[in-house]
Design a protein around this ligand. Sequence first.
Ligand code: NI
Length: 134
Amino acid sequence: MSSKITRVSLTLPQGLLDELDRMLEAQRYASRSEAFRDAIRDFLANYRWRSELKGEQLGAILVLYEHDVRGLMDELMDIQHEHSSVISAVQHLHIDAKNCLEVLIVKGAAGKIRSLIDRIGATRGVKQAKLVVV
Ligand code: NI
């Protein structure tokens, strides 16, 4: 892996940045950059773990999202219908005025479950998508 350092810029909601800064101070992080590097490594490690799942799996996908993002609920519904062969059950909780939590119980081929969580995670407006297997 190259040790060359590249500078990138990104846009974030102010509330997210404020929360990050409070966390950095509490954890005595050296810098925002160090926190982003750790977060990206964690994101990649999680992706690698998911990529290596094989065979039949049983688990759950937790999805946190804002239901009023335009087109998001239609998109999530389309994705779920396309993957209905691995979704055994869906539980939806309206957390507050904006946020929803959906828990999908998944059972079936690892590749299909991976496709499901990859699609959900990449959808704009989804704040978190986590896969747990048992
Ligand atoms: Ni809801």
